[in-house]
Design a protein around this ligand. Structure first.
Ligand SMILES: [Zn+2]
Length: 189
Protein backbone atom coordinates (compact mmCIF):
# COMPACT_ATOMS: atom_id res chain seq x y z
CA UNK A 1 0.00 0.00 0.00
CA UNK A 2 1.56 3.31 -1.03
CA UNK A 3 0.61 6.78 0.16
CA UNK A 4 -1.49 7.59 -2.93
CA UNK A 5 -3.53 4.39 -2.53
CA UNK A 6 -4.12 5.11 1.17
CA UNK A 7 -5.13 8.71 0.48
CA UNK A 8 -7.58 7.59 -2.21
CA UNK A 9 -9.11 5.07 0.19
CA UNK A 10 -9.40 7.64 3.00
CA UNK A 11 -11.29 9.92 0.60
CA UNK A 12 -13.56 7.23 -0.85
CA UNK A 13 -14.43 5.89 2.64
CA UNK A 14 -15.34 9.39 3.83
CA UNK A 15 -12.53 9.36 6.43
CA UNK A 16 -10.88 12.37 4.81
CA UNK A 17 -13.20 15.06 3.53
CA UNK A 18 -12.53 18.29 1.70
CA UNK A 19 -14.97 21.19 1.87
CA UNK A 20 -15.82 23.62 4.69
CA UNK A 21 -16.25 22.13 8.14
CA UNK A 22 -16.90 23.29 11.68
CA UNK A 23 -14.71 21.13 13.93
CA UNK A 24 -15.68 20.12 17.46
CA UNK A 25 -13.24 22.82 18.66
CA UNK A 26 -15.43 25.44 16.93
CA UNK A 27 -12.69 26.23 14.40
CA UNK A 28 -13.38 26.05 10.67
CA UNK A 29 -11.30 23.91 8.32
CA UNK A 30 -11.24 22.94 4.64
CA UNK A 31 -10.57 19.33 5.77
CA UNK A 32 -12.13 16.85 8.12
CA UNK A 33 -10.75 13.52 9.34
CA UNK A 34 -12.91 10.72 10.81
CA UNK A 35 -10.63 7.69 10.84
CA UNK A 36 -13.36 5.34 12.12
CA UNK A 37 -14.90 5.49 8.63
CA UNK A 38 -11.67 4.06 7.17
CA UNK A 39 -11.35 1.42 9.90
CA UNK A 40 -14.91 0.11 9.55
CA UNK A 41 -13.68 -2.10 6.71
CA UNK A 42 -11.85 -5.05 8.31
CA UNK A 43 -9.75 -5.85 5.23
CA UNK A 44 -8.47 -2.27 5.09
CA UNK A 45 -7.98 -2.10 8.86
CA UNK A 46 -5.88 -5.27 8.56
CA UNK A 47 -3.91 -3.81 5.67
CA UNK A 48 -3.15 -0.63 7.60
CA UNK A 49 -2.20 -2.57 10.73
CA UNK A 50 0.16 -4.80 8.71
CA UNK A 51 1.74 -1.74 7.04
CA UNK A 52 2.40 -0.13 10.44
CA UNK A 53 3.92 -3.30 11.91
CA UNK A 54 6.05 -3.85 8.78
CA UNK A 55 7.32 -0.27 8.88
CA UNK A 56 8.22 -0.31 12.57
CA UNK A 57 11.98 0.28 12.82
CA UNK A 58 12.37 -1.10 16.35
CA UNK A 59 12.28 -4.66 17.71
CA UNK A 60 8.94 -6.44 17.98
CA UNK A 61 7.09 -5.17 21.10
CA UNK A 62 5.82 -7.50 23.85
CA UNK A 63 2.37 -5.91 23.71
CA UNK A 64 0.36 -3.36 21.76
CA UNK A 65 -1.62 -0.80 23.77
CA UNK A 66 -4.17 1.73 22.53
CA UNK A 67 -6.26 4.42 24.20
CA UNK A 68 -10.02 3.79 23.66
CA UNK A 69 -11.99 4.49 21.55
CA UNK A 70 -10.12 5.71 18.48
CA UNK A 71 -7.15 3.36 18.77
CA UNK A 72 -9.05 0.12 19.32
CA UNK A 73 -9.48 -1.22 15.79
CA UNK A 74 -6.09 -0.22 14.42
CA UNK A 75 -4.27 -1.28 17.62
CA UNK A 76 -5.86 -4.70 17.40
CA UNK A 77 -4.74 -5.06 13.78
CA UNK A 78 -1.17 -3.96 14.55
CA UNK A 79 -1.05 -6.54 17.37
CA UNK A 80 -2.32 -9.20 14.98
CA UNK A 81 0.45 -8.34 12.51
CA UNK A 82 3.12 -8.47 15.24
CA UNK A 83 1.61 -11.67 16.68
CA UNK A 84 1.34 -10.18 20.19
CA UNK A 85 -1.53 -9.38 22.57
CA UNK A 86 -3.53 -6.18 22.44
CA UNK A 87 -4.83 -4.28 25.47
CA UNK A 88 -6.35 -0.82 25.88
CA UNK A 89 -6.55 2.07 28.29
CA UNK A 90 -9.70 4.08 28.91
CA UNK A 91 -10.76 7.03 31.00
CA UNK A 92 -12.21 6.58 34.45
CA UNK A 93 -13.26 9.87 36.07
CA UNK A 94 -11.34 11.49 33.22
CA UNK A 95 -8.06 9.74 34.21
CA UNK A 96 -6.49 7.36 31.66
CA UNK A 97 -6.17 3.92 33.24
CA UNK A 98 -6.12 0.16 32.62
CA UNK A 99 -9.32 -1.66 33.55
CA UNK A 100 -10.99 -5.00 32.76
CA UNK A 101 -8.26 -7.07 34.37
CA UNK A 102 -5.60 -5.99 31.85
CA UNK A 103 -2.10 -6.09 33.31
CA UNK A 104 1.24 -4.71 32.20
CA UNK A 105 4.21 -6.91 33.10
CA UNK A 106 7.12 -4.98 34.66
CA UNK A 107 9.79 -4.28 32.03
CA UNK A 108 7.51 -5.20 29.09
CA UNK A 109 8.13 -3.22 25.91
CA UNK A 110 5.02 -1.61 24.41
CA UNK A 111 4.04 0.20 21.28
CA UNK A 112 1.10 2.61 21.62
CA UNK A 113 -1.21 2.68 18.58
CA UNK A 114 -3.69 5.43 17.72
CA UNK A 115 -5.90 6.19 14.72
CA UNK A 116 -4.83 9.85 14.55
CA UNK A 117 -2.11 11.83 16.33
CA UNK A 118 -3.81 15.20 16.86
CA UNK A 119 -2.33 16.89 19.92
CA UNK A 120 -0.44 13.86 21.25
CA UNK A 121 -2.28 14.21 24.58
CA UNK A 122 -3.89 10.76 24.70
CA UNK A 123 -0.64 9.12 23.57
CA UNK A 124 1.29 10.82 26.38
CA UNK A 125 -1.40 9.92 28.94
CA UNK A 126 -1.22 6.30 27.79
CA UNK A 127 2.59 6.38 28.07
CA UNK A 128 2.20 7.59 31.69
CA UNK A 129 0.08 4.52 32.46
CA UNK A 130 2.88 2.37 31.00
CA UNK A 131 5.69 3.99 33.01
CA UNK A 132 3.62 4.03 36.23
CA UNK A 133 3.47 0.23 35.99
CA UNK A 134 7.18 -0.22 35.34
CA UNK A 135 6.80 -1.07 31.64
CA UNK A 136 8.48 0.72 28.74
CA UNK A 137 6.97 2.68 25.83
CA UNK A 138 9.15 1.75 22.85
CA UNK A 139 7.25 4.14 20.60
CA UNK A 140 3.91 5.04 19.06
CA UNK A 141 2.17 4.59 15.72
CA UNK A 142 -0.87 6.02 13.99
CA UNK A 143 -2.65 5.83 10.67
CA UNK A 144 -2.69 9.64 10.36
CA UNK A 145 -0.40 12.24 11.87
CA UNK A 146 -1.83 15.75 12.01
CA UNK A 147 0.46 17.07 14.74
CA UNK A 148 2.31 19.41 12.37
CA UNK A 149 5.76 20.18 13.72
CA UNK A 150 4.98 18.77 17.18
CA UNK A 151 6.89 15.60 18.06
CA UNK A 152 6.31 12.80 20.56
CA UNK A 153 9.12 12.10 23.07
CA UNK A 154 9.72 8.59 21.66
CA UNK A 155 10.07 7.02 18.19
CA UNK A 156 6.88 7.24 16.15
CA UNK A 157 5.54 6.08 12.82
CA UNK A 158 2.47 7.16 10.84
CA UNK A 159 1.18 5.98 7.48
CA UNK A 160 0.16 9.47 6.38
CA UNK A 161 1.04 13.00 7.47
CA UNK A 162 -1.70 15.55 6.88
CA UNK A 163 -1.17 19.25 7.39
CA UNK A 164 -4.62 20.46 8.28
CA UNK A 165 -5.39 24.13 8.53
CA UNK A 166 -8.00 25.51 10.89
CA UNK A 167 -9.31 29.06 11.23
CA UNK A 168 -11.35 31.01 13.73
CA UNK A 169 -14.75 31.64 12.08
CA UNK A 170 -14.00 35.41 11.95
CA UNK A 171 -10.90 34.86 9.81
CA UNK A 172 -12.12 31.83 7.80
CA UNK A 173 -11.57 32.44 4.06
CA UNK A 174 -14.31 29.92 3.19
CA UNK A 175 -16.88 31.84 5.27
CA UNK A 176 -15.74 35.03 3.53
CA UNK A 177 -16.24 33.30 0.16
CA UNK A 178 -19.80 32.36 1.19
CA UNK A 179 -19.24 28.58 1.19
CA UNK A 180 -21.86 26.91 3.46
CA UNK A 181 -20.26 25.39 6.59
CA UNK A 182 -20.96 21.75 7.50
CA UNK A 183 -20.83 20.23 10.97
CA UNK A 184 -19.45 16.71 10.40
CA UNK A 185 -21.54 13.96 11.91
CA UNK A 186 -24.66 16.11 11.86
CA UNK A 187 -25.75 14.78 8.49
CA UNK A 188 -24.96 11.97 6.13
CA UNK A 189 -22.43 12.68 3.38
ZN1 LIG B 1 -15.68 29.03 7.79
Amino acid sequence: MDEAELKAYLSSSGAFLEGHFQLSSGLHSPNYVQCALALKNPAWAGKMGAALAAGWPGPKPDLVLSPAMGGLMIGHEVARAFGVDFIFTERENNIMTLRRGFSLPKGASLVIVEDVFTTGKSTLETASVVSARGAVTAGAMSVINRMGDKKLPFPSLSLLKLDLTAYAPETCPLCRAGVPVVKPGSRKF
